[in-house]
Ligand binder design. Structure first.
Ligand SMILES: Nc1ncnc2c1ncn2[C@@H]1O[C@H](COP(=O)(O)OP(=O)(O)OP(=O)(O)O)[C@@H](O)[C@H]1O
Length: 288
């Protein structure tokens, strides 16, 4: 079962396009959305949440079609970001009162519990909240109406390390019942190494891969060796290469092939998600 099903989605801006994207986001899991600056992560999230309309293609969220069934979908969706505040002059308490009637499954007691847990004073005005506090507030709202799908655009980037860890634990707990799902865009890839089940990698408006995190980190490998190992064949094999005075470091998208190609002449080791972004942004070749 998929929480989100995207088919052949395209959106063109004057200098950028999301092109023919198809993507399944699995229900009951945490999916991390990664990619370099300007890759299209926020654009994809805005398309999914209906903030912008695609030129072509379709999006089904929680089994319902966007934008036709947007009102129904929004009841079951929690959007967590520091950007979705329209009433800056209201206090947290007043904003909560304003939001509550919109949701059929709103639980005021749960909301007050999260405000307390996240140390958010109900008397504080929205305009006086820091970026991290806005994230906490929108998370409290999402969790108080029993959202089945949390869509989070860089939720941890404005948070201190203590709350960041607490948030990651909270998210891991949130999906324990296997009916809830989370899609989570971030540059803090170590957060995803900690909690993500699936990774969606977007680059230049296209999906590079959408796979289980453990499979990705098993399939790719970092290759390190002396410069004399780099010839036309070995260069063509690597997705991206960093050359230094003492040798090279590169990313292979096929560990088995890399082992055959480089044998015992090079050092191979497991990449981090950050390595995948770095070498993909550096390289010209498409991943296999
Ligand atoms: N409304 C718009 N009009 C024109 N171009 C836009 C618009 N919104 C975004 N873009 C362009 O689309 C591209 C992708 O932007 P997007 O914000 O989706 O990237 P991102 O992956 O979220 O980047 P970052 O990691 O830097 O936040 C950028 O080149 C951006 O300038």
């Amino acid at each position: 079962m998929n929480a989100i099903e995207i088919r052949n989605l395209s959106k063109t801006y004057p200098l950028f396009k999301v092109e023919n994207v198809s993507l399944d986001v699995k229900q009951g899991y945490i999916t991390g959305l990664i990619g370099p600056n300007g890759a299209g992560k926020s654009t994809l999230i805005k398309l999914i949440t209906g903030l912008i309309q695609p030129d072509s293609g379709s999006i089904h969220t929680l089994g319902r079609k966007m934008p036709e069934q947007e009102v129904h979908i929004k009841q079951r969706l929690g959007i967590v970001s520091d950007e979705c505040f329209y009433y800056e002059h209201l206090t947290i308490y007043e904003m909560g009162r304003m939001i509550a009637p919109f949701y059929k499954r709103w639980n005021d007691q749960t909301f007050r519990g999260y405000l307390d847990q996240f140390e958010l004073s109900p008397k504080k005005k929205i305009e006086d909240l820091s970026k991290g506090m806005k994230i906490k507030f929108s998370l409290a709202v999402a969790l108080s109406h029993e959202a089945e799908l949390l869509i989070m655009d860089e939720p941890t980037s404005g948070l201190d390390p203590v709350f960041r860890r607490e948030l990651l634990d909270l998210l891991a707990d949130t999906i324990q019942d296997e009916t809830r799902s989370i899609i989570f865009s971030t540059h803090i890839t170590t957060d995803l190494e900690r909690i993500a089940d699936y990774i969606t990698f977007i680059h230049r408006g296209q999906i590079v891969f959408n796979e289980a995190k453990d499979d990705v980190l098993e399939r790719y490998t970092i290759v390190k060796g002396d410069m004399e190992l780099l010839d036309a064949d070995t260069r063509a094999h690597l997705v991206g290469i960093r050359e230094t005075a003492v040798g090279f470091e590169g990313l292979s998208d096929n560990k088995v092939e890399a082992e055959q190609l480089f044998g015992s002449y090079a050092l191979l080791h497991r990449p981090s998600l950050e390595d995948l972004i770095y070498f993909t942004a550096k390289g010209a070749r498409k991943h296999g």
